[in-house]
Design a protein around this ligand. Structure first.
Ligand code: ATP
Ligand code: MG
Length: 416
């Protein structure tokens, strides 16, 4: 029986494991967490971190799978490329290119070399380089770790911070950087989008452009996504062109890509590009609800060299709105109307209960639930999501015993 080594067993990986099994392959699954939700589906499971490329290689040398894949997480893309190269398996992305798809410093260098529009940037290896870089910007700049995700450690800062404030910021961001590199970047203004692409023999096919709703400054946590983009068609054409240039520059031969861009006054520029599916339910739910395309399944078909189908069969709107609350302890949850009973609501989850602590929203992990909707248009899908969440009230005890009643959603609107 042919086998596929799958890196990652978390909830977002479950559809990939299921698809591999449906196609009749043995599913060899690796994850550092033996309690991950996909473990039960595995034909064989090994408790190995998916970013420990040498341990994964050792296991692959022993088991000799026919393919090695991952689905939604970032750093395992690098591990899969490394092992595929060492074992001479099907190669959709070289190891060298996989570094450019997962390390923001290497990514920016590659995009710059290829003439893809990006913001000015500096890759800083110590505090002196960090302060020098910040001085080069006129007032504000973005700082972020070179190789993390979920907006951890990403912040807009004022260049006129004191030395000790800069030190505090440097340590905060460096703490999230695995390779120790901290990026300092020009702050791009304008709406933000992501582009979901399916690449076949080096040719990128744009499946969807997703509009984003992001928290107020100085942190950048995504609070909502909607499709199709409501930006004007000529702007969307510019977005497609820049996303395609970026995919070609990174050298993704076959597979998927999630490209994030800001539409600046000087045109679309790349925030980052990934050689994996978009998370945050974008490819798992929003793309199928708006286009009918199942990128999750079809990306596995493509990786295993099976026939795939990325033809759009729907022309609908879809949206997700995340739930947040201020820092504190949840005192009471009142759901006046179950969002799932509202027409157009496809999914609703609230992941806190009374007594749970809620953190300030500094990273995606601080969001406490979501609602997903489908309607005729993106605008309608957003309206339904926001209406559904207006029935969810979370009473947070946030100030030494004083309560605060929060009606959702408390977010800045960019595309509503
Ligand atoms: N140079 C920039 N200019 C303006 N905004 C930026 C810039 N870099 C990052 N951002 C904002 O910060 C967010 C997170 O940055 P980035 O995507 O680089 O980090 P991440 O940790 O990979 O995030 P995620 O995993 O949530 O996509 C972006 O979606 C964008 O809103
Ligand atoms: Mg990002």
């Amino acid at each position: 029986m042919k086998s596929v080594m799958i890196l990652g067993a978390g909830p977002y990986q479950v559809p990939a494991i299921q698809t591999v099994k449906e196609l009749g392959y043995k599913a060899i699954v690796l994850d550092y967490d033996k309690k991950a939700s996909g473990v039960a589906l595995a034909d064989e499971f090994y408790e190995i971190s998916t970013i420990d490329k040498d341990r994964v290689l050792k296991k692959a040398e022993e088991l000799r799978p026919n393919f090695i894949i991952t689905s939604t997480s970032d750093l395992p893309v690098r591990t899969a490329a490394y092992v595929a190269e060492k074992l001479n398996l099907e190669k959709d992305l070289s190891y060298a290119n996989s570094i450019c798809a997962t390390d923001k410093s290497a990514m920016r260098e590659r995009l710059k070399k290829s003439g893809v529009p990006i913001p000015n940037f500096f890759s800083c290896r110590n505090f002196d380089e960090f302060t020098d870089a910040i001085r080069r910007f006129s007032n504000y700049c973005i700082v972020k770790p070179a190789d993390n995700a979920a907006s951890r450690g990403v912040k807009l800062i004022d260049k006129n911070l004191t030395k000790s404030e800069l030190e505090e910021q440097y340590n905060f961001t460096k703490h999230y950087s695995r390779n120790g590199v901290v990026m300092v970047e020009e702050f791009m203004t304008g709406p933000e989008v992501s582009v979901e692409c399916f690449i076949v023999n080096g040719k990128p096919n744009v499946i969807a452009i997703t509009d984003k709703l992001v928290t107020s400054l100085p942190y950048f946590v995504e609070l909502g996504h909607s499709e199709p983009s409501q930006l004007p068609e000529d702007v969307q054409n510019g977005i497609r062109n820049v996303a395609i240039l970026a995919i070609k520059a990174i050298g993704i031969q076959n597979g998927v890509s999630h490209v994030e861009l800001k539409i600046t006054p000087n045109g679309p520029k790349i925030v980052e590009i990934a050689a994996r599916l978009g998370g945050d339910y974008i490819t798992a739910k929003l793309v199928p609800l708006s286009t009918g395309v199942d990128m999750v399944k079809n990306s596995i078909f493509l990786a295993l060299r099976r026939p795939f189908d990325i033809e759009k069969t729907l022309n609908c709107g879809s949206a997700i709105r995340f739930i947040t609350a201020p820092k504190g302890v949840v005192k009471e949850i009142k759901i006046e109307k179950n969002p799932l009973e509202i027409e157009g609501v496809k999914d609703f989850q609230l992941n806190v209960k009374v007594g749970d602590s809620v953190a300030d929203v500094k990273s995606s992990n601080d969001r406490i639930g979501f609602v997903i909707t489908q309607a005729k248009t993106a605008k309608e899908a957003i309206e339904i999501a926001e209406r559904a969440l207006s029935y969810v009230r979370i009473d947070v005890d946030f100030n030494f015993g004083k309560g605060g009643l929060i009606r959702q959603p408390i977010v800045r609107r960019e595309f509503a």
